[in-house]
Design a protein around this ligand. Structure first.
Ligand code: HAM
Length: 426
């Protein structure tokens, strides 16, 4: 038997109803903040992620699905392509390619699958879904302002509250600018020198190539060493400190609670200044429901103009996991309002005509088959979760009135054709 590949999964009904419900709420909230949808390709040139996300990150060095393309045309051959592990690099590429900075400040969002070859477990998959949003524009558009950081964070708090996830925790930090980071990296390098030989091989390599990434290490034995390393908060320059304080002041003004966590550096290299994660207790080990931050130099790193930006990605799989107990998928699944049961040979056509008319009025209709006996129709209607069963037999068609039975109460009424829509809708 052929099964879904390890780390991938099928999303089936009724669960897909919960996914749709969540995406509906997300789109409503994003609309209120004037975000617009962008859709970028699922695969891109490998260089985009190597340069954007960073060669030394776990994502690029270990987790990408990369292949060499082998099309017929000379131009396709040998090109290294990668399934997107995240959305930000592709969106910034599109921003540069289409000169979207000409429009001033852009507020994008996208919803779709991402791919990382991680060890699968609850809340961690190799194909997973992100709800991603980005605010990006030329410096003259105000894209650098702490007001944008605070707006994004307040929007996330509103979204999670609206979905009924109240027990979230916002972890906030500033990872500074390239200057601060150079000093921080230097301090890390120095602090690591005497101890790095006791650390894992990845850390030994990172201590040389990109010491900041040592802070991502998950090896338990390395943690006591990491705990004693310098903290980025000690290296912020004056503008970064002021920016960070301004973000916090707005959050306090709008009443969004947060915790400062100066160990939070995030697993992608493009971050500058504000970095954050929202965690949720119910998720267990994979408790980061979303993460994001500022990336003021990313556009330039990809060959574009100066375009400060900030964004986040929600792990939709994790969001759904934390919602499943609160909102049973059945409660948001649209059930048929009526099941139409053709009764007797030759009634399929009449039943289809009636179904067409009712569906045109936006009623949810399930349609049976004339070969079903009445008992089988009732069983099918009940299994479909229909509210009513509507019998379409020769007598009913002749008389122009139909038997409509409420499957929950058992109440049956005779309804003239013209009144069917209002009766079913009521
Ligand atoms: P990230 O922290 O790598 O950030 O991913 C964001 C969220 O995606 C995580 O908090 C988690 O909920 C979810 N996620 C990540 N990997 C997996 C996985 N293997 N299975 C299930 N869920 C997962 C980014 O991707 C950045 N692009 C976010 C961003 C946007 N920063 C600025 N703009």
């Amino acid at each position: 038997m052929i099964k879904a590949v390890r780390g991938t999964r099928d999303l089936l009904p009724p669960d897909t109803a919960l996914w749709n419900y969540v995406e509906g709420v997300v789109r409503d909230v994003f609309r209120a903040y004037n975000f617009q949808e962008i859709r970028t390709p699922i695969f891109e040139e490998t260089t985009l992620f190597a340069r954007g996300v960073g060669e030394e990150t776990d994502i690029v060095s270990k987790e990408m699905y990369t292949w060499e393309d082998r099309g017929r045309a000379e131009s396709d051959r040998g090109q290294s392509l990668t399934l997107r592990p995240e959305a930000t690099a592709g969106i910034v590429r599109a921003y540069i390619e289409h000169k979207m900075g000409d429009r001033g400040l852009n507020k994008f969002y996208c919803i779709g699958p991402m791919f990382r070859r991680e060890r699968p477990q609850k809340g961690r998959y190799r194909q997973f879904y992100q709800i991603d949003a980005e605010v990006i524009g030329p410096p003259s558009s105000g894209s650098e302002s702490p007001a944008r950081d605070a707006e994004i964070l307040e929007m996330l708090a509103t979204l999670l509250d609206r979905l009924g996830i109240s027990d979230w925790n916002l972890e906030l930090n500033s990872v500074g600018c390239p200057n601060d980071r150079a000093a921080f990296n230097e301090a890390l390098r120095k602090a690591l020198e005497p101890v790095v030989e006791h650390m894992c091989v990845d850390c030994q390599r990172r201590a040389v190539t990109n010491p900041l990434r040592v802070l991502d290490c998950k090896v338990p034995a390395d943690q006591p060493i990491i705990e004693k390393l310098p903290r980025i908060s000690q290296f912020l320059d004056e503008p970064c400190r002021t920016h960070f304080e301004a973000v916090q002041a707005i959050l306090k003004a709008v009443g969004v609670e947060f915790h400062i966590n100066d160990r939070l550096v995030r697993g992608l290299d493009y971050y500058t200044r504000t970095a954050f994660e929202f965690t949720h207790g119910a998720l267990g080990a994979q408790n980061a429901i979303l993460g994001g931050g500022r990336y003021d130099g990313l556009s330039e790193a990809l060959g574009g103009p100066a375009a400060p930006g900030i964004g986040f990605a929600i792990g939709e799989d994790r969001l759904i996991l934390s919602l499943q107990e609160k909102i049973p998928a059945d409660s948001v699944l649209p059930r048929p309002q009526a099941y139409i049961a053709p009764l007797g040979a030759g009634m399929n056509g009449e039943a289809a005509r009636l179904a067409r008319e009712l569906r045109r009025h936006d009623l949810v209709i399930e349609l049976g088959d004339e070969t079903f006996r009445l008992k089988k129709s009732f069983e099918a209607a009940t299994r479909a979760g229909a509210k009513y069963i509507l019998i379409v037999g020769e007598n009913e068609v002749k008389a122009g009135t139909f038997a409509l039975k409420n499957l929950a109460t058992g109440e049956q009424v005779s309804v003239p054709r013209a009144e069917l829509i209002s009766k079913i809708r009521a």
